[in-house]
Design a protein around this ligand. Structure first.
Ligand code: AMP
Length: 985
């Protein structure tokens, strides 16, 4: 008997779902097949002993030429027949709870038996009984439940045999197996075939999901929900589902798997896109051919990388075409009709080739040149409507100084310019032919009038040929001749070439010096110091004395003259007092800037120091706009200062967070007390403080480009040595000013230099506690102080000897940071390693591309003997010299790529060679070029090592700084045998 290895049948049927005809396959698993078993059925018949009226009997038959066994019974004419035929134990398999019983049988027509029609039956009954185990020959009628009465559709007569086929369902099966039984109640029946089977929904793949074979009607469910699994390389958000009907049919598929990016559907599976095709998303669609100016050399591409020289903007879809850079704008013309008013109209034409894009904008750059030394024009110049992001091909430039030469460059940008490094500038740069003049110079200073307590002075300015008539201002400095040099008083911002100074000490010699300042803020040379004396106490002014002498000689007429002179003098005095405080007096504390820095701690009450050195601002004049940084005491905001009678200015606002102690408030404000003492172009300017209200604030000028270290990192390779040295010159000038005022900064580092949008660098961070608390670089020393080790001179680390000479050491480190575009000094060496190396006379090596003269200056700043280090005055002079002869910057210091590019550049992070081109590019911070390398087919490090400078350029690395960084790194990779060393001096 074949119960278990049953014959499998596949049946096909069709279902309409949502109007779509779906082919469904059903599979049958046969549990019992009487016909296939042959003669040895071994079914049980009951009653066991039936004498000469046998019940069910095995009969061998021949049908269509083949022999088979059947069970027959034919006890007609006998009353009360009750003959049972029971199958062997049928194991229920899987979870089939619903089986089909298909019967083939013949029933004889009762009418064909003479005289037996009264008792003769033409039906029989199907029973079933469940059991967990085979009960063998035990048979109890009462345990069987009736399934159905089986009646023939066609009855078999004497002449004609009719075979009937009936199928019945036995449901709700739950035990290990079951028996079927056939009860005859007096019919003439031949049971030709009994087939017991259950149905399954066969394993299938639909909508790119595979569904396992599932027993139909299992778990007593007419419709069984089955979850599928996406085929390989297909995905779906929700698992697809389908239902298996009780008849073994899959119906109502829900959800769909889709081939993942880089794959497309092909006959129930997902195949990689062919080379030259791509698919960016999971979808049912096909792979698309690579769009214009891109290529996909590998199969399975998610997108097609751009051809060399073509790019996609960040907002371009990755599936879209790549575009080239726009060519330069054409025909740049300057119209100088309003030059006298410092205005100029620049116009130009669209580039010939837009690179296939329509997002072209223009940027205008201005350089101011003197003696062939050029620098950025600075923020003073105004552009209408703007100097960047222009969509129109013109711009009005104003606030130009008529005595300087300007060069304007117009660049065309498009969405892809940022990826190409640099936009091509306009084909022609425009130079205005405007002339240059010397800064104003004071020739003579003379005394106009004297009294015991006042002196009136006036002075002359040297005529400046070709100079425009610009307003000049003057700075007057004076002191008592016998006083110490640091008791100098300054009267600033004089607008006229004369002044009267009151409240002087009678009979005292004073020394005066005048300096002219041109309207762009550039100072002229100072006059020599001139001495003028006040008259002794009780002395009449000398013109009065003359009058008295004349009176002695002249009588009443002369008395009249005296009266006239006195009248005239009073009038002159009155006219002086009308000139306003700036011109005549120095009673405002703001104008009395000490020439030596005063430590606010020397004031018993630090609040008084703040009042003395800083202007109080009403908080209603300060508007905070957005947070730009985090200071030690609270947030730093960008904002606007609207002081009455002044133009609105952008400012940085340092705030004191709530919950501060009085000590913290005083420490916070001490920075303003210090900053307020300084007036210099390269020192961050204090606008004022808010101290009289709950929320204390320090308001300073706003520096658009923020901290220098971050700014340089973000613009790596984008500035020339000339520009970098220009920045250093500014920092050095600021430091010279501080050291002249005997102020020691102690925390000079690129992170404490701020940059505005004219690239002017200004020294900042003057908090009293800053070195101890504020600086994240600060490291505790054994004496408990906190010191930024890698910026600090050895004597300051060793025994806290902080001087301007130790500031010079730090300046040397700032020089290195600047020339290395914000690289961390000593890279990832530990503080301990740094101190050890310095003690052993090692010094940082020259950064890449660093002019030799600049590196020499660094090494001078790092001399162990602090008295041998240059002073800030020397540094400013030297840097000025370099800037005045840019040729001097051409000689480049020796550079060793193995030490100057970050250490890992010679190997992968674990010391092994780089595993991929992208890993290598990331390590040298050039990952923006990964696509360029890929597109150019440079896919392995072996290929990288073969590259020449020309090749690097050809794959689209244009910025000279980047080109060198990559080339040097390759050089370093080739020579891996060398070990790291820091230069010894
Ligand atoms: P500080 O407390 O001075 O170190 O300031 C914290 C951060 O605020 C700095 O690193 C700058 O990013 C920013 N910041 C401070 N002052 C200014 C300023 N005057 N202009 C622009 N940003 C500033």
């Amino acid at each position: 008997m074949d119960c278990f290895g049953g014959v499998r049948h596949l049946l096909f049927s069709y279902v309409l779902i949502n109007g779509i005809l779906i082919t469904l396959q059903t599979k049958e698993e046969v549990l019992l097949d009487m016909r296939a078993t042959g003669g040895e059925l071994g079914w049980l018949t009951w009653p066991l002993d039936q004498g000469d009226r046998p019940g069910w009997e095995v009969v061998q038959r021949t049908l269509n030429g083949s022999q088979f066994y059947s069970y027959s019974v034919c006890n007609i004419g006998e009353r009360e027949q009750d003959n049972w035929l029971r199958t062997t134990f049928i194991q229920r398999r899987s979870s089939a709870s619903r089986v089909f019983v298909e019967l083939q049988f013949i029933v004889r027509d009762c009418n064909s038996f003479d005289g037996a029609s009264l008792t003769c039956k033409e039906t029989f009954n199907l029973y079933t009984s469940e059991s967990d185990a085979d009960v063998g020959m035990t048979f109890r009628k009462g345990q069987f439940k009736k399934v159905s009465t089986i009646a023939p559709d066609e009855i078999t007569s004497k002449n004609k045999m009719r075979i009937n086929t009936e199928t019945r369902v036995v449901e709700n099966l739950s035990r290990n197996g079951f028996y079927l039984a056939f009860q005859d109640i007096g019919a003439c029946v031949a049971l030709l075939s009994v087939r017991v089977y259950y149905k399954t929904c066969p394993e299938t793949i639909k909508s790119l999901a595979s569904f396992p074979e599932t027993v139909a009607g299992g778990e007593n469910q007419a419709l069984q929900e089955v979850s599928g699994k996406c085929v390989e390389n297909a995905i779906s958000e929700e698992l697809p589902r389908i239902y298996c009907t009780a008849d073994g049919e899959w119906v109502v598929p829900v959800g769909q798997c889709q081939c993942k990016p880089g794959y497309e559907e092909a006959e129930d599976s997902c195949q990689e896109c062919q080379p030259g095709f791509f698919k960016a998303e999971a979808s049912s669609g096909k792979c698309d051919p690579c769009p214009a100016h891109s290529q996909g050399p590998e199969p399975g591409a998610l997108f097609c990388p751009c051809d060399a020289g073509f790019y996609r903007a960040a907002s371009d879809p990755i599936t879209g075409p790549c575009s080239g850079l726009p060519s330069a704008p054409r025909d740049l013309v300057a119209t100088t009709t309003q030059l006298s008013a410092g205005k100029l109209l620049l116009t130009w034409k669209n580039p010939e080739d837009t690179g296939g894009r329509d997002d072209i904008t223009y940027g205008v750059k201005c350089q101011r040149c003197e003696d062939s030394v050029c620098q950025a024009c600075g923020e003073k110049i105004r552009y209408e409507p703007a100097n960047t992001g222009l969509t129109d091909t013109k711009v009005l430039v104003s606030e130009l100084d008529a005595h300087l030469n300007y060069t304007f460059t117009v660049e065309a940008h498009s969405g892809v310019s940022e990826f190409a490094g640099q936009a091509p500038p306009s084909s022609s740069a425009l130079t205005t032919s405007l002339h240059f003049t010397e800064p104003p110079k004071i020739t003579t200073v003379r005394m106009v009038e004297q009294s015991p307590t006042s002196l009136s002075l006036s002075w002359d300015v040297a005529p400046r040929p070709r100079a425009p008539s610009q307003p000049i201002r003057y700075k007057l400095t004076y002191r008592k001749k016998d006083d110490k040099i640091d008791n100098i008083l300054i009267v600033q911002k004089l607008e006229k070439s004369s002044v009267q100074i009151n409240n002087l000490t009678p009979g005292t010699a004073y020394l005066f010096m005048v300096q002219a300042i041109s309207s762009d803020g550039s100072p002229g040379s100072s006059s020599p110091e001139e001495q003028f004396d006040t008259l002794p106490e009780g002395y009449l002014p000398h013109n009065k004395t003359a009058v008295i002498l004349a009176a002695a000689a002249g009588g009443a007429t002369v008395l009249f003259i005296v009266l006239v002179v006195l009248f005239l003098r009073r009038r002159r005095r009155n006219s002086h007092t009308r000139q306003g405080p700036e011109d005549t007096c120095f009673s405002s504390p703001e104008q009395l800037k000490p020439l030596t820095y005063v430590d606010p701690h020397t004031y018993e009450d630090p609040n008084i120091a703040v009042l003395k050195f800083a202007t109080e601002i009403h908080p209603s004049h300060v508007t905070k706009q957005k947070v730009i940084g985090a200071g030690e005491f609270g947030e730093v905001y960008k904002g606007i200062l609207k002081a009455p009678g002044r133009k609105d200015v952008y400012v940085a606002i340092k705030t004191l967070k709530p919950g501060y102690t009085e000590k913290q408030r005083q420490d916070f404000l001490s920075e303003a007390s210090i900053m307020g003492q300084f007036t210099h172009q390269n020192i961050i300017h204090l606008e004022g403080v808010v101290t009289k209200f709950k929320h204390a604030m320090i308001v300073t000028e706003y520096m658009e480009n923020g901290a220098l270290d971050r700014y340089l990192k973000d613009h790596d390779g984008e500035f020339s040595s000339f520009q970098l040295v220009g920045m250093l010159r500014g920092i050095a000038a600021g430091m010279k000013y501080l050291s002249d005022m005997s102020y020691v900064h102690r925390d000079l580092a690129a992170r404490n230099i701020l940059v505005n949008n004219s690239l002017e660098c200004k020294v900042s961070d003057f908090g009293l506690s800053r070195v101890l608390e504020d600086d994240p670089e600060g490291t505790y020393t054994t004496s408990g102080g906190k010191i930024p080790i890698r910026w600090t001179a050895p004597e300051a680390i060793a025994y806290r000897k902080f001087t301007s000479a130790s500031d010079v050491w730090s300046f040397g480190i700032v020089m290195w940071e600047v020339m290395a575009f914000g690289e961390r000094p000593y890279w990832d060496m530990s503080n301990h390693e740094v101190m050890k190396a310095i003690n052993e006379a090692f010094r940082l090596p020259a950064p890449m591309d660093c002019p030799s003269a600049v590196y020499q200056l660094m090494l001078q700043c790092w001399l162990q003997d602090r008295s041998k280090r240059p002073r800030f005055g020397d540094i400013v002079s030297l840097l000025d010299k370099l800037l005045h002869s840019p040729e001097s910057l051409k000689a480049i210091a020796d550079f060793d790529p193995r030490v100057s590019i970050r250490l890992p550049s010679t190997s992968g992070s674990d010391g092994s060679p780089f595993r991929s081109v992208s890993e290598w590019l990331e390590s040298i911070k050039m990952s923006q070029y990964i696509e360029n390398f890929t597109c150019a087919g440079v896919l392995t490090m072996d290929q990288v090592l073969q590259m020449k400078n020309e090749d690097i350029k050809n794959i689209g690395v244009r910025l000279p700084g980047h080109l060198k960084r990559i080339a040097y790194s390759i050089l370093g990779l080739k020579d891996q045998t060398s070990t790291l060393s820091v230069f010894a001096v």
